[in-house]
Design a protein around this ligand. Sequence first.
Ligand code: UDP
Ligand code: MG
Length: 312
Amino acid sequence: MLPRLVVVVPCYNEQEVIPVSGPVFIDAISELVEKGLVSDDSYALLVDDGSRDETWSLIAQLAASSSRVQGVKLSRNRGHQIAVYAGIANAQGDLVVTIDADLQDDPAVIELMVRRHLKDGCDVVYGVRADRETDTVFKRTTAEWYYKLLKKMGVEVVHNHADFRLMSRRAVDSFLEYKEVNLFLRGLVPMLGYKSGIVEYSRSERSAGESKYPLAKMLSLAWEGITSLSIRPLRFITALGVVISMLAFATSIFAFGAAIAGVSVEGWASVIIAITFFGGVQLFALGLIGEYIGKLYLEAKHRPKYFVEERT
Ligand code: UDP
Ligand code: MG
């Protein structure tokens, strides 16, 4: 029996892109069917992440005209990570590929992923960018630093992999057992284990429209990546506290000795510096702790991640 493939595509305000990329996804799937790699009922699942433009009606049109397209509309914008999650959760297939709507990830690579799965039995196949030439220097260097930082924090990610990947039914079912609300998919998937592989591809420019990932969203995803998967920042604070306490102890001995010897200094500046410095350290520490408490609060609610408003 051939596996049924579902290509999950998150779409947020993509009215310029869908008329271009929709047919490309349909063709890519048809090609795989013709090559006898996947079953004839494979389809693309377009997830409308609460778009405010014509995205949903375009998806509905595509779904009406082609059996290879289905649509799910979320009740509001929940962000790329949750849109992808919703797509994976709603995909009824043996293989699930997640890919961006804007054709920056090459749909032709899906075939390589499927072949990799069929040949080597990989449960997860990561799409890895062979180069970052289409990125600005800023994005390239900050991404590089960020991945180094993640590694230091103990978060395992696949280098130069975003969210273009294939998962088998087994991997998907395991993945759906993660109940967390704060999602950082590319950190969660490697935690599944199972056999994995990578395929390289070069990422192209966005085919139409504008990026739906402004710097603010990017930063928030980066922050999510650390705080949703690592508690090392908290440990770091504890360690910092210990070191600073030891320093303070040494300083007290010194000050005490100085007082006995009668060589006390006026010391206004040093006092101010100490107060502001420790004030800063404490605020930073409190803020960071607050971040995790905030996360705990959100997780403890077990709020649903999304609602499906409509389906095709
Ligand atoms: N996206 C989404 N919800 C959002 C923002 C983005 O579903 O709130 C989708 C978007 O439609 C696209 C993918 O996530 O399919 C990647 O977004 P984009 O191409 O704008 O990001 P970039 O490639 O610029 O990082
Ligand atoms: Mg893009």
